[in-house]
Ligand binder design. Structure first.
Ligand code: FES
Ligand code: FES
Length: 153
């Protein structure tokens, strides 16, 4: 079936089964490989993208459900004001270790700061709980979110 997907502000027509996960469309059809496959069952957060500004798991989101909505991926997050601040804070705090989970972490952190510009530690822990990092970068993630938040003020 043909679907019009709006990805990073560009309309893309794809011809795929309606139940194909958006993660597959992004990576295998559109070549946007910044969004990662971790678990495939909404348990790790590696595949986090924004759907109409909300963080969602692209591994479970079907193309049929996403059609007509705004999808934003890590490739374009720097073009949002908050996303640019988050990415800079990530670099300043040297958050990244192996990097595999980090696209999802940055997408989740950006969504958090867009909703709560000055989050508490509890807000951060709650918003980021679904994003797993095998390298244990959680302390640096929290520090970077606070740093990005200080630039939001
Ligand atoms: S790959 Fe989607 S949550 Fe793990
Ligand atoms: S940086 Fe390696 S899994 Fe998070």
């Amino acid at each position: 079936m043909r679907f019009d997907l709006k990805v990073n502000n560009v309309l893309r027509e794809v011809d795929v089964p309606p139940d194909m996960p958006v993660l597959w469309v992004l990576r295998d059809i559109l070549g946007l490989t910044g969004t990662k496959y971790g678990c495939g069952v909404a348990q790790c957060g590696a595949c986090t993208v924004h759907l109409d500004g909300q963080p969602v798991r692209a591994c479970l989101l079907t193309v049929a459900a996403a059609a007509g909505h705004d999808i934003l991926t890590i490739e374009a997050i720097e073009h949002t004001e908050t996303g640019a601040k988050v990415q800079q804070a990530w670099l300043d705090e040297e958050v990244i270790q192996c990097g595999y989970c980090q696209s999802g972490q940055i997408m989740a952190a950006t969504a958090l700061l867009q909703q709560i510009p000055q989050p508490t530690d509890a807000d951060i822990d709650e918003a980021m709980a679904g994003n797993i990092c095998r390298c244990g970068t959680y302390v640096r993630i929290r520090k970077a979110i606070h740093k990005a938040a200080s630039h939001e003020a």
